[in-house]
Design a protein around this ligand. Sequence first.
Ligand code: FAQ
Length: 311
Amino acid sequence: TSSTPEERFEQIIAADSRVEPRDWMPEAYRKTLIRQISQHAHSEIIGMQPEGNWITRAPSLKRKAILMAKVQDEAGHGLYLYSAAQTLGMPREQMTQDLIDGKAKYSSIFNYPTPTWADMGAIGWLVDGAAICNQVPLCRASYGPYARAMVRICKEESFHQRQGFEILLSLMQGTDAQRRMAQDAVDRWYWPSLMMFGPPDEQSPNSAQSMAWKIKRFSNDELRQRFVSMLVPQAEALGVTLPDPNLRWNAETGRYDMSEIDWTEFFDVLAGRGPMNAERRRARREAHESGAWVREAAAEYARKQALRSER
Ligand code: FAQ
């Protein structure tokens, strides 16, 4: 048939099939995917830091082994996602450089500190919980390599979420001081976790186009609602209070009423003024610089292998 590349692309989207790396795609589609996937990859890599902070201080050998496994999973997710972005023509070195230079965004959530062990519980329960809510629909994203990466990532995130819940549950069954520590961590992570879903729908410039292209399947506010309705019964089971006095089910609207999110805080963190932005970037730069010898050794090894196979 004589259909144009544009028509074939539109057919793939309309039929709910997958766009693959060698298919023609509009430049703006490619660009928005590179933007979202690279930001997502950076989030996983920077997201290793808040928890990495506790590996040497985990309260038992078992907790330490679990936490190390989780942080390693995050590294793996980052690498998958960088590979998915590379299939769109974005060089890995450039993504790394943009992150170190502070030109690339990553999730706002990783710019908050982790002062207590209970933060490991709150991150697993709330941050990984929000990540799952957001990412399960991305398993059906129209770009094949991204959608497929999400399937495995979501399985691992659901283990992460349960381990966080279980840390909080142990603390809530402990002493008064442990219960206070758990509640304090929930109080600090609740609002930032709601901000992970992005700005309100009417201030989300990318949503309409990303939904038309079936990259996003639900709006930021829809996913935020879904997340809150998942949290409410789990908070009850834990015995923690979600820090919003106005949070209640509204039978008329079929949604949870809640207080206004502090969007000034969100936009401040995005602008680099969150409590840990500078520290996160410094640590990433330092890790990159002190890993230079590994990259050199790997390149040299590859060069020798290539020489050997020429002979
Ligand atoms: N932080 O028009 P929209 C994890 C930016 S989970 C920073 O609504 P879009 C797992 C947005 O980029 C975290 N920036 O944008 C883990 C855009 O700026 P731009 C990572 C944000 O793309 C757990 C502008 O605001 N997950 O890592 C945020 O349609 C525990 C306007 O926003 C993902 O990345 C934010 N929270 O929707 C790891 C999921 N929200 O690019 C370690 C994939 C918005 O135009 C430990 N991404 N912005 O300059 C997505 O689903 C989407 O990109 C959204 C934003 C929903 C994040």
